[in-house]
Design a protein around this ligand. Structure first.
Ligand code: EPZ
Length: 418
């Protein structure tokens, strides 16, 4: 297993580009199953999870061609509706195949994703919504077996604004008979991006990006041509990289409206964040001030930025309280940061971070995607050498991160494990 080796203490300067959004591309690729023909998606990030979706689409029978950041998906030969456990267990977002397969073919057999490092990650709200649309759902040997001659529109109140739950049900509703209303829907920008592509396929959708989404079902949909939105979490990670190193960094392709909560907290801590013609610029003093954050659903502070922001607070002046409200086990990065000299104590869902003057490089281990990003950020600012092991977690969500960071002055390299 590869590792990343970082010599800390270098200020990042220059411009770093943001890739296409992983959490937009994943549902966008599954949405191709809703129509018959060749869909083209541009600005697709080169990530492990994207390769997993391509494999799944091929298992369903689609033809997938990748070329320099674009993907073509030909769904005219789709025959299978089964997403096997061997693949689903490696990527929970495979559950996003459930809605499209059921809506288009009347049947879907998708392995239950199971939990992951950050939590149990149930999909009960996905299934409850599909049942409200008339699907018969059975659990059989770890698989969800869903059938419906044709889904029917329904008014669905989501107990929690689940992101993939909203996406699954929005996709399913595009081919249902009649109108579906999703209430208490997730509002993330990735949902707006998906809705834009579905509308290009011929769907009728209003309210994406708000907590109430109305979908008028169509009899069939056609393929789309679409460009994936920029990855706001990668962008936020680079903003923190610029701040934690006291650097002067432009994150090209980043959009302020996608990251308002994070930017507000960076400014409160003393960093200067400004929108430029090409993206977002960040600069920061030698030492920032500690601020408190509470993660919540969009447009609140994103849980996917909690670990990265904690790395920043490890070196801030004062004490920061970070409360994780979305997932039940998203502090796996804490013990690794403590090994680098961070002063963090945990009380239930709240971490108390007392800023220290410096962190010391150390061998650390990634446990999940955003925890691994947090350790890279800490390594960029720490004295001496940090080695981050198990970076296959990092490769799930960050395209060529070490190359991008080297280009703005970091001393970071990927070392193939012996
Ligand atoms: C999406 O996961 C993202 N993944 C996650 O990003 C992100 O952390 C999360 O949304 C929250 O923003 C993708 O978009 C592929 P949820 P998702 O359903 O949809 C509970 C990353 O780092 N819940 O919004 O799986 C759930 O347990 C990843 O890129 C139910 O109880 O998250 C959680 O507590 C990590 N029942 C809360 O809702 C359900 O049926 C929010 O989960 C569904 C969810």
């Amino acid at each position: 297993m590869d590792k990343i080796v970082i010599q800390g203490g270098r200020r990042l300067r220059g411009s770093v580009p943001v890739s296409g959004a992983k959490n937009a591309a994943l549902p966008l690729l599954f949405a191709t199953l809703l129509g018959s023909g060749v869909s083209r998606l541009q600005n697709v990030p080169e990530l492990r999870d994207i390769r997993t979706v391509a494999k799944l689409l091929q298992i369903f029978g689609a033809e997938v061609r990748c070329d320099d950041g674009s993907m073509e998906v030909d769904t005219r030969s789709v025959l299978s509706v089964e997403a096997p456990y061997e693949l689903v267990k490696t990527m929970r977002a495979s559950v996003l195949s459930l809605g499209p397969l059921l809506a288009r073919f009347g049947h879907a057999r998708v392995s239950l994703p199971g939990g992951c490092a950050i939590g149990a990650r149930p999909i009960n709200l996905h299934l409850k919504g599909l049942e409200a649309m008339g699907a018969e759902i059975e659990l059989d040997h770890g698989y969800v077996e869903a059938r419906a001659a044709r889904l029917k529109g329904a008014r669905i109140y989501l107990d929690l604004p689940t992101v993939t739950g909203t996406e699954n049900l929005m996709m399913a509703a595009t081919l249902a008979r009649g109108e579906t209303v999703l209430e208490n829907a997730a509002c993330e920008p990735e949902i707006v991006d998906l809705a834009e592509a579905l509308i290009k396929m011929g769907a009728t959708i209003e309210g994406a990006g708000t907590d109430t989404i109305r979908i008028q079902g169509a009899d069939d949909l056609v393929p789309y041509e679409h460009k994936t939105m920029p990855d706001r979490i990668e962008a936020g990670t680079f903003l923190v990289a610029g701040a934690i190193t006291g650097g002067d960094l432009t994150v090209t392709g980043a959009r302020e409206r996608h990251l308002e909560a994070l930017i507000a907290k960076l400014r409160e801590a003393g960093a200067a964040v400004t929108e430029t013609g090409s993206g977002l610029h960040v600069s920061a003093p030698e030492r920032l001030s500690a601020v408190d954050i509470k993660t919540s659903y969009h447009p609140g502070f994103p849980t996917d930025m909690q670990a990265q922001f904690m790395a920043l607070m490890c070196l801030a002046e004062g004490t920061s309280l970070i409360r994780e409200n979305v997932f039940e086990n998203r502090f796996m990065h804490v013990c690794e940061l403590q090994r680098m000299g961070a002063d963090i104590t945990i009380d239930g869902h709240t971490a108390k971070i007392k800023g220290v003057e410096s962190l010391c490089g150390a061998p650390v281990m990634a446990t999940d995607l955003r925890a691994s990003a947090s350790l890279v950020l800490a390594g960029l600012a720490a004295e001496n050498t940090t080695e981050v092991a198990r970076i296959y977690h990092l490769d799930r969500g960050y395209e060529k991160i070490e190359r991008k960071l080297v280009a703005v002055g970091a001393s970071i390299e990927r070392v193939a494990a012996d």
